[in-house]
Design a protein around this ligand. Sequence first.
Ligand SMILES: *[C@@H]1O[C@H](CO)[C@@H](O)[C@H](O)[C@H]1NC(C)=O
Length: 293
Amino acid sequence: MAPFARLNALLALAAVSTTQVLAQSCPCGYKDSNGHVWREAIVSTFTQPAGALAALSPNWLVGTDLESQPSPATASIQYVTANVFQFNDALGLKASAYDNSGSVKSGEIFTARSDILYGSFRMQAQVPSVPGVVFGFFTYISDTQEQDIEFLSSDPDYYQHLYYTNQPGTVGGVVDTAAAKNVVVPGADFTTFGVHRFDWLPASTVYSYSGNTDSGTPISSTTTITKNVPTTPSEFVLNVWSNGDPGFSKGPPTADAIATIQYVHLYFNSTSFSAASFNSACSAAHNVAPCNV
Ligand SMILES: *[C@@H]1O[C@H](CO)[C@@H](O)[C@H](O)[C@H]1NC(C)=O
């Protein structure tokens, strides 16, 4: 091989190294509890000994955007790196106590890649309990290609109340109950660690929760939305924010409002790693069984 050809080969290898690392660990993909197989994974363990922030690299970026908000919001959202932090042996995302500066310091992480198309996405987390913020776990590429799990800490029953939405969640300014499901899970306590999940499939988004009641009884809940299922490759996002909107986030918070995340597991297909490439990688690995997830 000529020296420059070898260099090109090395550069090509470097460019696909993330995919290759994942492909090598489970070369025939990941089979979920519903029997769906996913080609790739981002498995982020924020409780790892090296620390939560070290688990962000290389898959996650930290938000730094300033997002001005239309009325009736009373403040802008300013994502800041300091609001993504090591917290209680896990990852903390917070919206800071409002300082009346005109913007609420908020916390966000999002995937470096925006080529995710269908998958099974889970986090083990505790919701914020200080009123006046939104905690979101969602795919996003535009305001009409987005599917969300959101928690509103101002709800009196915020510790068992879920907002599942395939955007847009309204039609003509009115909530579209086929696309936006407001779910209460009696007995649940989202301020203790539980698993929040959604499975993005071509014809539906299946949202679920699995945890324990405060007395230790397992509890779960599943909600399927078939309207407005996104069809566009997307990024994955987690955030905690407030804009003071009296109709939604409420607040801004008067104390720091923190979500605590122990892990995020994303199992997915993407437009960058084709079924054909996946099949070749799997057969090169002698068609081992997919990893069960
Ligand atoms: C994801 O990829 C696997 C393996 O290529 C394929 O069998 C499956 O149909 C894909 N899922 C979706 C929803 O496209």
